[in-house]
Design a protein around this ligand. Structure first.
Ligand code: IMP
Length: 192
């Protein structure tokens, strides 16, 4: 079983690989795709589809894409779909600092991560979603993970995703949940 992963995000790829040990994952580099993949839409679903379909078309192979982000309730769901460049730069540190600044003195620190996986398999489109609820800390803690992980504490824990080991993050994260649904789907289809 072979799938192309329509992403260059190293943080995402590092998390996804142990979740699909039975699948041969081809990177964009391996299929010779060197351009930026446009993600111009305002929903995770549309952006995930845009990425997966661009790469499926380019490669002619079964492909999946993850579109994800963090939604902060007191910020009306921001950064949301623009999580990767919330500060105006594709810079994790600047992005998370912008969230911390916006939440200075704000009591409601609830937030959630959302991931939508779009799978294009035998020409059909399938979606798998995962959500992870938690809260934003007052300052960054921990150096593991990527993106907003050092300022996000998942519900039921008292450490950030920047402190929790990858194996723990994968059991409860938005991406882990969405990926397990995709794996289950492929098993049901006897593709795995
Ligand atoms: P995308 O390429 O538009 O899907 O960008 C996803 C962005 O959302 C990442 O660059 C991060 O800023 C943020 N994000 C999504 N998932 C995570 C996560 O698991 N940890 C930390 N940040 C995340």
């Amino acid at each position: 079983m072979e799938l192309v992963i329509a992403s260059n995000n190293k943080g995402k790829i590092r998390e996804i690989m142990p979740l699909i040990p039975d699948i041969t994952v081809l990177s964009l580099q391996e299929i010779g795709f060197t351009d930026e993949i446009p993600e111009p839409y305002f929903t995770f679903e549309e952006n995930a589809l845009a990425k997966a379909s661009a790469i499926a078309q380019y490669s002619g192979k079964n492909t999946f894409a993850d579109d994800s982000g963090i939604c902060v309730n007191a910020l009306n769901g921001a950064p949301g779909v623009i999580s990767a460049h919330y500060s105006g730069e594709r810079d994790d540190e600047q992005n998370l600092q912008k969230v911390l600044t916006a939440l200075k003195g704000v009591e409601d620190r609830s937030a959630f991560y959302k991931a939508v996986i779009c799978l294009i398999w035998d020409g059909e489109v399938y979606y798998f979603e995962g959500i992870c609820n938690g809260r934003i800390t007052e300052e960054q803690i921990g150096t593991d993970g990527f993106g907003y992980d050092p300022i996000f504490v998942p519900d039921g824990y008292d450490m950030t995703f920047g402190q929790l080991p990858l194996e723990v993050k994968n059991t409860i994260s938005h991406r882990g949940k969405a990926m397990r649904k995709m794996v289950e789907f492929l098993r049901e289809k006897s593709a795995l």
